[in-house]
Design a binder for this molecule. Structure first.
Ligand SMILES: Cc1cc2nc3c(=O)[nH]c(=O)nc-3n(C[C@H](O)[C@H](O)[C@H](O)COP(=O)(O)OP(=O)(O)OC[C@H]3O[C@@H](n4cnc5c(N)ncnc54)[C@H](O)[C@@H]3O)c2cc1C
Length: 428
């Protein structure tokens, strides 16, 4: 008797979303998570604020999870402003031009965890195996034998459990990838992101800024103070900052006093968002690009950061991972309806074929933005300014980019179209 039909390794943003998406699919699901299930402890639900695309909002809406996130507090992005420091080009996107309420939503990672974790624990077909780590994987024709080591109170308890499909959702340092020896393409940028929250003397007005500087891009996302830490009337003066710096600059940036940091930020960013007044605690993340060569093999699939880790310049990593979730959940739901084995290569291959064009497009866009705007050669600088201007002038180019950033390009999953995975009566 098999312990699980599907075993998800990693209960972070992407793994937990997949388990929630499988709620009505008649498979028994296990989630192995290394860190105790509490949004404040799990690294996936840390101090980051995530720019969630409209397509991602739609997926969470269909799964019934959006209201919980919205209730905790999300900030609509109504305008996006892209510029290049010290140059003339700029481009602007406006939600109303695309007939949507917002181009995306800023959601604090912690709030994503606070919405996902209770939903996960309430699902009858999902079991949490936590805190625990995978120590071995043995792929056999009919099943996978998964060695796990439980931590916490049941410390060092070794155990072997079985599943028909293993889904690796264990992030950019995926242990599953290491155990299986999956080939990974890796590119470094020599850049690290420093993140914090900042406040300004002006309201954010729903504008997200992306400003390219010679050391790397600066992103400022509007992020209302839903924690009510700020004085009355200043809730809309708060932003989430992602400052991409060269690796060698980071120690200095982290060591600056708050006052010095704000001053440096003002110099780099200019005053289009107003004057910076204060900043919160700073955290840093080394950046790079990683991509697994094969997303699937018999009884194994990769999703989220375990499959692809991106530079955060375009705010696409989680959105891409959530689209993996929606597609994998759809092919698994279809497999269940046809009484197929969830680890069957036919379903896994349709997941991988469906997702690859989106992965390549988003990785290509992200990587070229980083490289193009880190290049100091004059012809490149001129052409990127012209590029930003042209993008502002040419509606079709902008429309394409907007659809891509809103997560509404290409073939959409049922969840992104507002349709349930399993029609009522099918899941029984
Ligand atoms: C500075 C920054 C800003 C970003 N901003 C955006 C944005 O605006 N928009 C956007 O879409 N994306 C953004 N991203 C990307 C986004 O954060 C990631 O894509 C997302 O966190 C990926 O989620 P994941 O669940 O795949 O991986 P992770 O978040 O890494 O989660 C992995 C989970 O697996 C668990 N785990 C790890 N190893 C094991 C193991 N051996 N066994 C069991 N469990 C394990 C971990 O505890 C964790 O819970 C940003 C990233 C950075 C660094």
């Amino acid at each position: 008797m098999m312990d699980y039909d599907i075993l998800i390794v990693g209960g972070g943003m992407v793994g937990a979303s997949l388990a929630c998406a499988l709620k009505d699919v008649p498979f028994k699901v296990g989630v192995i998570e290394a860190v105790r299930m509490a949004a404040e402890h799990q690294p996936s639900f840390d101090a980051r604020a995530i720019a969630m695309a409209e397509g991602s909002r739609r997926i969470f809406e269909t799964l019934g999870l959006w209201p919980a996130m919205a209730q905790m507090g999300v900030t609509p992005i109504e305008h996006i402003h892209v510029s290049d420091r010290g140059h003339f080009g700029a481009s602007r996107l406006h939600a109303e031009a695309y007939g949507v309420e917002a181009l995306g939503y800023v959601v604090e990672a912690e709030h994503i965890g606070q919405a996902l974790n209770p939903a996960l624990e309430a699902l009858p077909n999902v079991e949490m195996i936590c805190p625990a780590q995978v120590t071995s994987l043995e792929f056999q024709p009919e099943q996978v034998e998964v060695g796990i080591e439980r931590q916490g109170e049941q410390k060092d308890q070794q155990q072997v459990i079985t599943a028909r499909l293993v889904v690796a959702a264990d992030g950019g340092h995926s242990a599953v990838r290491e155990l299986v020896g999956t080939r990974v393409l890796r590119l470094g940028y020599g850049q690290t992101a420093v993140i914090t929250t900042v406040t300004t003397d002006r309201e954010h007005g729903g504008v997200a800024y992306e400003r390219f500087t010679d050391s790397g891009p600066l992103a400022l996302l509007p992020c209302d103070d839903h924690h009510q830490m700020m004085p009355e009337g200043l809730q809309k003066h708060r932003w989430s900052l992602v400052w991409t710096a060269r690796d060698e600059e980071v120690d200095e940036l982290l060591a600056l006093s708050d006052e010095q940091f704000i001053h440096r930020l003002q110099q780099r960013f200019g005053n289009r968002a107003g004057n910076f007044v204060s900043c919160g605690q700073r955290h840093n993340y080394p950046l790079g690009l990683q991509y697994v060569r094969e997303h699937v093999s018999p009884r194994l699939a990769f999703i989220g950061n375990a499959a692809h880790t991106l530079h955060p310049v375009a705010g696409q990593g989680f959105n891409l991972g959530l689209r993996d979730v929606a597609v994998l959940a759809e092919v698994l739901a279809d497999a269940a309806v046809q009484s197929l084995d969830p680890g069957d290569m036919q379903s896994l291959k349709s997941y991988s074929d469906w997702r690859r064009p989106d992965h390549l497009k988003v990785m290509g866009l992200t990587d070229s933005l980083v490289r193009l705007f880190s290049n100091k050669a004059l012809p490149v600088r001129l052409s990127r300014n012209l590029g930003l201007l042209a993008m502002d002038i040419l509606p079709p180019v902008k429309r394409l980019l907007a659809r891509q950033t809103m997560g509404l390009a290409g073939r959409l999953s049922r969840l992104a179209r507002g349709l349930p995975l399993v029609k009522s009566g099918q899941g029984e």
